[in-house]
Design a protein around this ligand. Structure first.
Ligand code: ARG
Length: 486
């Protein structure tokens, strides 16, 4: 049975009929459709359209539909092997309901439109998916924090222009990714907060034609409030685009991490030992252990960005209010959610399992004049203007390059021939530890600063996890770190 056959004389072109249906993908919204329908039934009862017993009957039939399709496998059958000929998930649930409760089921559509239903279902879907992804971000952040604790005071070169720049603590580098994750999570939280208004009661475009108490549906579905404007509520998908753009940015961060891991696992860097559980071999070269996981992670942002692009172009220039174009915004949401979920799930496991070769990292810190800034800082403390100090240390570096030595291998006499203010205490000022510790500012890599940052960041991650009910038992050291920071 069609939902709208009354005014038509001719049947639909059969190819068009199949082509325009959304059931093969919007079946992903079944649980949301059921929840929203139950909420609408309550509003109908309050408006006197259903009596209490009818509402109960509809509500428990809807529950049984939800239960029947609780498994992913059952959902995949919808629109393929299910008996009736539903156009979309809204139609499907209604037909299932009618099968269970007879004509009473047809009353459920009183005072509502699919335009508000789909807007509501999508908001519910993104609200749940967003929270799920935030929980995954929390897990990944916890894995990075555990590695930061395990790294202790190990140092590595930091790069600018992919050239060795200055040494940093491995923990400092890992915490940089935790910052990105926390911002991604906060962007997701913002997005979920902004979308958390209930379209039900908006009707097709102008508002429901029944005097519905919209606060009932809104409260039942745990929205903050009913949406304020029926035209906006039924026809904007800005929340969809925002969600996908947030995922794109998250994908960019993942790609940077993945790229660094891929690079650091090369023999040329040799900073990272890839876990076998997350690597693959080569069918041709027996010796190979390939970083397929991090390569795929580096690539996936393309799909996330494509999803955002596709929705952006779909929405551009659409006249108010609902247009069928909007149906095209759904598949990118489902696809991107699945991609992001897979990425974050794997990242947490990979990050726990990866091993840092801190000996190699330390050797890399001690070669290539990474203490040149520390040497210049030493001179500025002796009263030399920084520009001059920079020049003097540059000359010392050239001297070292010419004779194949590091700065600390030049004799005091040699150093003093370049700048008389160099004293014997310069050697203590340019050790690896001193080089780290001279970055003693908030956000710097001095060892005490990183210890404090680790404690403070751990607290922010724990706060995120508890906001989203991610019950993780943090690493014992992390608990201490959090405690030390209070
Ligand atoms: N399947 C449709 C969509 O996803 C549901 C809304 C249809 N509304 C309409 N007036 N044809 O957009």
């Amino acid at each position: 049975m069609k939902m709208w056959s009354g005014r038509f004389r001719e049947p639909l072109d059969s190819f068009f009929d199949t082509w325009q249906r959304s059931i093969t993908f919007d079946r992903a919204l079944l649980q949301q459709e059921v929840q929203a329908s139950k909420a609408h039934a309550r509003a109908l009862a309050a408006a006197g359209v259903l009596d209490e017993q009818e509402q109960q009957q509809i509500s428990s039939a809807l529950d049984s539909i939800a239960a029947r399709f609780s498994a992913a496998k059952a959902v995949e059958e919808i629109g393929v092997a299910t008996g009736h000929d539903a156009e979309d998930i809204h139609h499907f649930v209604e037909m299932e309901l009618v099968e269970l409760v007879g004509n009473l089921g047809l009353k459920l559509h009183t005072g509502r439109s699919r335009n508000e239903q789909v807007a509501t279902d999508l908001r519910l879907y993104i609200r749940e998916s967003g929270a799920m992804l935030i929980r995954h971000l929390g897990r990944w952040a916890n894995a990075l924090l555990a590695q930061a604790v395990a790294a202790g005071e190990a140092a590595m070169p930091a790069y600018t222009h992919l050239q060795r720049a200055e040494p940093v603590l491995v923990a400092h580098w890992l915490l940089a990714y935790v910052e990105m994750i926390l911002r991604d999570a906060s962007r997701l939280e913002d997005c979920l907060e902004r979308l958390n208004f209930c379209p039900l009661g908006s009707g097709a475009v102008a508002g429901a034609t029944l005097a519905l108490d919209r606060t009932i549906t809104s409260e039942t579905l745990r929205f903050a409030a009913p949406t304020a404007n029926s035209m906006d509520a039924t026809s904007d998908r800005d929340f969809v685009l925002e969600y996908l753009q947030v995922l794109t940015l998250l994908g960019v961060h993942v790609s940077r991490f993945a790229e660094e891991m891929t690079l650091f696992a090369t023999a040329e860097f040799g900073f990272v030992e890839l876990p076998e559980a997350y690597s693959t071999g080569s069918s041709a070269m027996p010796q190979k252990k390939n970083p397929d996981l991090t390569e795929l992670l580096r690539a996936k942002v393309g799909r996330l960005s494509a999803a955002a692009q596709s929705v952006l172009l779909t929405l551009k220039g659409l006249p108010l209010a609902y247009n069928k174009d909007m149906q095209e915004t759904q598949e990118p949401v489902f696809a991107a959610t699945q991609v992001a979920h897979g990425m974050l799930h794997l990242l947490a496991g990979f990050t726990h399992a990866v091993r840092f070769k801190t000996d190699r990292m330390r050797v890399a810190c001690e070669q290539g004049y990474l203490n040149a800034m520390a040497a210049a800082t030493y001179l500025t403390e002796k009263g030399v203007p920084f520009r001059t100090a920079h020049e003097r240390v540059g000359t010392a570096v050239r001297f070292g390059l010419e004779s194949g030595r590091e700065l600390q291998e030049l004799s005091l006499q040699e150093l003093q021939s370049i700048e008389p203010l160099f004293g014997a205490d310069v050697y203590a000022a340019i050790t690896l530890e001193a080089t780290l510790d001279c970055h003693d500012v908030i956000g710097g890599t001095a060892r005490a600063r990183v210890r404090a940052a680790l404690a403070e960041t751990t607290q922010r991650v724990q706060a995120l996890c508890s906001r989203f009910a991610l019950v993780t038992e943090p690493h014992a050291d992390l608990k201490e770190a959090a405690h030390a920071g209070t």
